[in-house]
Ligand binder design. Sequence first.
Ligand code: SF4
Length: 336
Amino acid sequence: MTEEKKKKVVALLSGGLDSQLAIKMMQEQGFDVSAVAIKTPFCDFDCGRGCGFEIRERADDLDVNLKTVYLGDEYIEMLKKPKHGIGAGFNPCIDCRSMMFDAAKKHMEDIGAEFIISGEVLGQRPMSQHAPALRTIEKESDLVGKIVRPLSAALLPETIPEKDGLIKRENLGIIEGRTRRNQLDMAKKYGIENPPNAGGGCLLTEPQFGIKAKDLFEHKKNPTINDIDLLKIGRHFRLDEETKFVVGRNKDENEMIKAIALPDDILLEAKDFVGPVSILRGANLKKHLEFASSVTLRYSDAPNDKTAIVSIKQSDSVKEIITETAKEESYIQFRM
Ligand code: SF4
């Protein structure tokens, strides 16, 4: 195809290797690829967790335009009751992918692209990449026949672009399953250096995070982004149906807890010893204040057998409590 006659396609770009390969395959076949990257409160690809999600750099390397779409409140709304359930963590993959494809569809219509591609590989992920799930995702986003998964497409039903002669089956992949050997070979062929590791940066797939996220959604009718940011740090304790307590694990987390605190929250800190910043959030703060103070002391350098002062801050008011260090058996039952 000559430059001006290039047909446009939209790619969902995750930053992982598979979506990069899908883009390379389509570029090789003469398409002008535009990428859409989706941020959610659970994966912002800037979290520094080493999953290689430096989307902007990836897009530049691939020489594609990049549109970033943030799914915030609507994503939380979906997570309250995912139509297609959750996976092994708290991951609503089918509903999540449907929302991502919705966003890609909008971009496809906006720029007059022919179809959408993604790096999904048949059978690679248990919840969202088996054939019926791929089909469900297409139906949910009203894109039946309009999504091409170049890496596996020769194993999948014929799509509309194939029927229309825009792509040919012999140029499509037959990759299936979890091994990455084929993808690494392709990365070499396309000159993709330092291909990112498999496995994404989605917190919802992590079992420990999943427990905390599930607890939040079970106990709060309308969780906020702020609640979700708090899930990402600290040791979490469920004190009662309406109250939770989080203890910072290091200096960075202590700073983040201070930044996340809302006017009604209570911040606790050992006054005379190095230790965590803790946060009490919920309806029954007074009831748990003494307990939270003693646990805060327990995680500080305060000696176990003596009383010490904990400073308590709520909005602009600051007071002090003298208490003893908690015994582990008194709080471990509340730990998530
Ligand atoms: S792993 Fe996370 S980001 Fe990926 S589809 Fe599942 S819920 Fe969405």
